[in-house]
Design a binder for this molecule. Structure first.
Ligand SMILES: CC(C)(COP(=O)(O)OP(=O)(O)OC[C@H]1O[C@@H](n2cnc3c(N)ncnc32)[C@H](O)[C@@H]1OP(=O)(O)O)[C@@H](O)C(=O)NCCC(=O)NCCS
Length: 133
C-alpha cells in the first residue's frame, strides 16, 4: 500500500507499508516519542535496535502488518495490525462475553508522533488500513 493522505490542516503525507530499509527512520520515530506517548503505546521496545534487528528484519514472516505515515523527512505515524494469538487478550475479551478469533480479530495499535496528534492523521489512515483486510 502507498497512498497520499491529507490531514485536515492541509499538509500531504503518505501512508504506506513498512519496508525493510525503513529501520533508520522508524528508530528515530520511536526514540523521539515523549514519555506521555510511550506510557500509552508500548507494544514492544521503542528504540533503534528493535526497529532494525526485530521489526524490519522480520517483515513478512511474523504475521504482523505494519504501516507508517511519512512526511518528506520523517515518520509521523506507525500502525500495527497483529494477527498472532494472545491468550491474555483472549481471556480478557472472554470475560466481557466476546470470543476472539485471531484470524479475524487482530490486535490494532496506532501511534502518532506527539507533534502531529489531534490533527486527524489517525482518522485519515485507519479507514485505508481497515479496507485492506
Ligand atoms: C490515540 C492516537 C493514535 C490518535 O491519533 P490522532 O491522529 O491524534 O487522532 P485523530 O486526530 O485522527 O482523531 C481521531 C478521533 O479520535 C479521537 N481521539 C484522539 N486521541 C484520542 C485518545 N487518546 N483517546 C480517545 N479518543 C481519541 C479524536 O477526538 C477523534 O475523534 P472524532 O472523530 O470524534 O473527532 C494518538 O493520539 C496517539 O498516538 N496517542 C499516543 C499513543 C496511543 O495512545 N496509542 C493508542 C493505544 S495503542
Amino acid at each position: 500500500m502507498h497512498v497520499l493522505i491529507h490531514s485536515p490542516n492541509g499538509y500531504p503525507v503518505t501512508l504506506r507499508s513498512l519496508v525493510k530499509n525503513d529501520s533508520g527512520i522508524l528508530g528515530e520515530f520511536f526514540e523521539s516519542l515523549s514519555p506521555q506517548t510511550r506510557s500509552k503505546f508500548g507494544p514492544h521496545p521503542l528504540d533503534r535496535e528493535y526497529a532494525k534487528y526485530v521489526i524490519c528484519k522480520n517483515i513478512d514472516v511474523d504475521n504482523v502488518s505494519r504501516f507508517i505515515i511519512v512526511t518528506e523527512t520523517q515518520v509521523v505515524g506507525y500502525f500495527i495490525v497483529d494477527f498472532n494469538e494472545y491468550p491474555n487478550e483472549r481471556s480478557r475479551y472472554s470475560s466481557y462475553g466476546i470470543e476472539l478469533d485471531f484470524a479475524l480479530d487482530p490486535v490494532f495499535a496506532p501511534c502518532i508522533h506527539d507533534n502531529y496528534q489531534g490533527q486527524g492523521l489517525s482518522k485519515s489512515g485507519v479507514g485505508r488500513i481497515v479496507a485492506l483486510f
